[in-house]
Ligand binder design. Structure first.
Ligand code: AMP
Length: 132
């Protein structure tokens, strides 16, 4: 029995993003290099290639099945909680433990990679700045 037509991504039919590996999936699989600062079985953290703060890290679920934080929260709140805990750990390791957590959700909100990820900004932020 054919489960789905060849070339049709089953995730796509559920309204999720294409199965073409995202830039972050390629980092998870070591297909492309990155400055990885922390990793466990479900999450990876790396330095943003275009930092917007003295410390600008990304925390990314290894699965690319969630395009944004709302999808992640609805489907796997435990993983979202683990992501926040890793952000805290990173902020303690790389700065004074205080941090700003940003999830751009949607193109007009500045999201460019549709594989959910949190920006962890710390290490001396401009007061009042909301830039991600
Ligand atoms: P967003 O615009 O919220 O989707 O965030 C995507 C982020 O990924 C941006 O801040 C980029 O600078 C960052 N980024 C894109 N490619 C890479 C890469 N190869 N390594 C590290 N960070 C990246």
């Amino acid at each position: 029995m054919i489960a789905h037509a060849p070339g049709i991504d089953p995730a796509y039919t559920k309204g999720m993003s294409s199965s073409a590996p995202s830039i972050f999936s390629k980092i998870v699989s070591r297909e492309i290099p990155a400055d990885i600062v922390m990793e466990n079985d479900r999450l990876i953290a790396l330095r943003d290639i275009a930092p917007k703060a003295p410390v600008h890290l990304l925390v990314v679920p290894k699965t690319q099945q969630y395009a944004n934080v709302a999808e992640l929260a609805a489907d796997d709140p435990q993983l979202l909680a683990e992501l926040v805990a890793m952000a805290q750990e990173l902020a303690s390791e790389h700065a004074n433990g205080e941090f700003r957590l940003v999830f751009n959700s949607g193109e007009t909100a500045g999201q460019t990679v549709f594989h959910v990820h949190a920006h962890v900004l710390t290490g001396g932020l401009d007061e009042g700045s909301l830039a991600g």
